[in-house]
Design a protein around this ligand. Structure first.
Ligand SMILES: *[C@@H]1O[C@H](CO)[C@@H](O)[C@H](O)[C@H]1NC(C)=O
Ligand SMILES: *[C@@H]1O[C@H](CO)[C@@H](O)[C@H](O)[C@H]1NC(C)=O
Ligand SMILES: *[C@@H]1O[C@H](CO)[C@@H](O)[C@H](O)[C@H]1NC(C)=O
Ligand SMILES: *[C@@H]1O[C@H](CO)[C@@H](O)[C@H](O)[C@H]1NC(C)=O
Ligand SMILES: *[C@@H]1O[C@H](CO)[C@@H](O)[C@H](O)[C@H]1NC(C)=O
Ligand SMILES: *[C@@H]1O[C@H](CO)[C@@H](O)[C@H](O)[C@H]1NC(C)=O
Ligand SMILES: *[C@@H]1O[C@H](CO)[C@@H](O)[C@H](O)[C@H]1NC(C)=O
Length: 647
């Protein structure tokens, strides 16, 4: 019996052996100095001569040996130069650490002799096991490809050298997944997981690998992208599980994202979107995905939508520099306001939206979040390259009392309130622009300056259904119907699961009478033309005649454990719809915090106060320049991550 079993096993083995068995290296995860790292499967370089490795190098570890590539232009790279490098790197990079000083590889961009004795003694002090030298040194062994500065792993057995990615937990559940480049212009899902982590893992490459240039001004900036933009090699999920599963990974990257990658940004992951970029609120609406966590205040406030994951990630993770979202009816501005970060809706048509899931092409725009106005401006200039950059600023500040409330000039708000924060900020802005605000009312302006031929007595009458009509009619045609048909064809006629909000909106759209889209577009055009002729006209020297301000977030609560009303179509007109219909830029700037008594923590917590800047169409770069100048002047400050916005 035993014998027969053994014979059978041998046969089975043979059968398996006959088939082609291939394994695929998906990279390695390891910890170093208590920190988790990912080592990608493909090496970036190799030693010319493995046998030249010293015994110390070979025995430094039985697996991978962490080491640092240190380029220098100093003729004498001595002990103090090494110490200086180490100190600077510790400040500048979160991936590199002293644990990468097991060895150093010194590259010199000229030709020179051996390192000095003082370097060798510093080497001892820092615990460096081995130093090896590039070909530019006498006795240098060199690499098959020279490498930029930073931390690497050496595999002594093969001489292969790998990059180091530091791994972070997605504690706020902002990401769909982390990504790494696939080596052929696309990306793949990061296979690593921090041991014991309950959430997704995101990997970031060392900042030291990258040096910004004119061609790549954003080199090494870490970018997260809302999961409605196609990226080569990855699925586009749009917040719907069935949609994610149905369609294969994309073969091209959306040009808007490619432009950022071409500018040097490093894509580190895809972020969660509320479903099909429709507005959803945490409790109830987010059925397919769990709503990301807004880290501000008590950590249990809604992060707004639809660019939720991009907004919460920026507010939570210091290791992330930028996140892309989109704005059709407020999907950038809502999250920027709720999470207290910079975020913009650009002028309509600012960048191509090819290979991006549409809500309504007439209204869709691509925006970017940042925590720093100057970095934001750099990204904006690169991305919105087709606009003209104006460095003169408007002298007119429009202060709509219908959105700020009563005149602050006659009724100064009481100290510590959000209204006081707005007032104080606008006073500083007046000082910076050498101007004073012009109090006005948008509703009253409509009454006095609306086109004679238009009967609509108010903006509410003109625009109450315009947005809802356009987004539902467009998305039914462009997304819902093709998706439902494709899913049915692949699944015996079944319907895919769809979250309550998009489902309710599409039902609303399906019930609309014929001709509504044309009607809606006509009303939108009436408003756009009126806004640019009578409210914020263009200007030859400052791009925009004025800046129209309105409150974006006022420190109000929106608890994520609060049950909300049943889903319905997004009807009505409000401040947030101005830029949507007028096609103008609307940029959100964090300016302060307001206290509240949290029902979650039972303590006083703080939530973001943010303000929107609206200018004429195409004046995005003027606004970016203004914010950079305001940050230089100390009128606005960068924000930090976590519960509180300012350090
Ligand atoms: C070496 O690098 C330094 C600093 O980057 C630069 O000023 C110098 O011109 C470079 N020298 C050579 C020979 O490339
Ligand atoms: C969100 O991220 C912050 C780090 O910024 C962390 O302290 C906090 O615990 C996270 N919140 C949740 C609910 O995981
Ligand atoms: C902006 O300009 C570039 C370069 O001329 C062009 O390729 C691109 O299509 C333009 N983008 C848009 C959105 O018009
Ligand atoms: C405001 O006036 C001051 C002093 O006259 C001047 O230095 C500054 O450039 C002006 N600022 C702007 C934005 O015009
Ligand atoms: C504008 O006119 C309408 C209709 O006459 C009126 O109901 C409304 O109060 C007016 N609004 C303002 C702000 O003047
Ligand atoms: C367009 O505006 C008119 C008022 O002028 C209004 O009655 C109508 O409902 C609007 N239609 C849409 C689709 O916005
Ligand atoms: C918080 O509650 C205390 C006690 O009821 C109250 O005095 C305080 O004004 C409240 N603070 C805020 C910001 O609402």
């Amino acid at each position: 019996m035993l014998l027969r079993a053994a014979a059978f096993l041998a046969l089975a083995f043979q059968a398996v052996g006959a088939a082609q068995v291939t394994t695929q290296d998906t990279g390695r995860t390891l910890t170093l100095g208590g920190v988790s790292y990912f080592v990608p499967p493909s090496p970036v370089s190799a030693l010319h001569d493995v046998s030249a490795l010293s015994v110390a190098a070979k025995s430094a570890s039985n697996g991978l040996v962490p080491f640092s590539v240190i380029p220098t232009s100093k003729f004498v790279f001595d002990g103090s130069a090494l110490q200086e490098t180490v100190n600077e790197w510790a400040d500048r990079d979160d991936v590199w650490s002293k644990a990468f000083l097991t060895g150093i590889y010194l590259t010199y961009n000229g030709t020179r002799g051996l390192p000095s004795a003082s370097l060798l003694s510093a080497q001892k002090t820092l615990g460096i096991n081995f130093v090896f030298l590039s070909k530019s040194y006498l006795l240098g062994i060199g690499l098959t490809k020279e490498l930029p500065a930073g931390p690497y792993f050496l595999e002594p057995a093969s001489g292969n050298i790998f990059e180091a990615f530091r791994l972070y937990n997605d504690e706020n559940q902002s990401f769909v997944y982390g990504t790494i480049p696939d080596g052929s212009g696309g990306f793949q899902v990061l296979s690593a997981k921090i041991p014991g982590a309950a959430t997704e893992t995101v990997g970031v490459p060392s900042r030291l690998y990258f040096t910004p240039t004119i061609q790549k001004p954003l080199a090494g900036k870490r970018l997260a992208v809302k999961d409605i933009y196609d990226v080569k090699g990855l699925h586009t999920g749009c917040g719907n599980r069935a949609f994610w599963q149905l369609y294969p990974p994309k073969e091209t990257t959306a040009p808007a994202i490619q432009r950022l990658i071409d500018g040097g940004m490093v894509l580190v992951g895809k972020t969660k979107t509320s479903q099909f970029a429709n507005g959803e609120t945490a409790t109830g609406d987010w059925v397919d995905l769990h709503a990301p966590y807004n880290p501000r205040g008590d950590g249990y406030q809604d992060g707004s939508s639809s660019s939720t994951g991009s907004g919460t990630a920026m507010a939570a993770y210091p290791w992330l520099d930028f996140a892309v979202g989109s704005d059709t009816g407020g999907s950038m501005r809502g999250p920027a306001g709720a999470n207290g970060v910079f975020g913009n809706r650009p002028s309509h048509g600012a960048v191509s939206l090819d290979s991006v899931m549409p809500l309504s092409p007439e209204l869709d725009t691509a925006g970017i979040f940042s925590r720093d106005a100057k970095m934001w401006a750099t990204a904006g200039h690169w991305w919105y390259q087709n606009f003209t950059s104006f460095s003169q600023f408007p002298k007119k500040l429009l202060f709509p009392v219908d959105y700020f409330g009563n005149s602050y000039l006659t009724n100064p708000p009481s100290a510590g309130t959000a209204a006081d924060t707005f007032n104080t900020f606008i006073t500083k802005l007046e000082g910076f622009l050498n101007t004073t605000r012009t109090e006005m009312s948008l509703a009253a302006s409509w009454n006095t300056t609306k086109p004679a031929a238009v009967s609509a007595p108010s903006l509410q009458t003109l625009l109450s259904t315009t947005y809802a009509d356009l987004i539902t009619l467009d998305q039914i045609d462009l997304v819902a119907d093709p998706f439902i048909a494709d899913f049915g064809a692949a699944n015996g006629g079944r319907m895919p699961f769809i979250d309550p909000i998009p489902l309710a909106r599409w039902s609303y759209g399906r019930a609309l009478p014929a001709g509504r889209k044309e009607d809606a577009l006509a009303n939108k055009t009436i408003f756009m033309d009126w806004f640019s002729s009578s409210v914020v006209p263009p200007d030859a020297t400052s791009c925009s005649d004025s800046i129209f301000l309105y409150p974006q977030s006022s420190g109000g609560t929106n608890y994520r454990n609060r049950y909300i009303s049943a889903s319905s179509a997004p009807l009505g007109f409000s401040s947030g719809r101005i830029s949507v219909h007028a096609e103008v830029p609307d940029m959100v700037v964090p300016i302060g915090e307001a206290p509240f008594n949290s029902t979650i923590t039972g303590r006083t917590e703080f939530l973001p106060v943010t303000i929107s800047f609206v200018a004429a169409k195409g004046c995005d770069l003027m606004l970016f320049n203004l914010f950079a100048a305001l940050q230089d002047a100390g009128v606005i400050q960068p924000v930090v991550t976590g519960s509180r916005m300012f350090s």
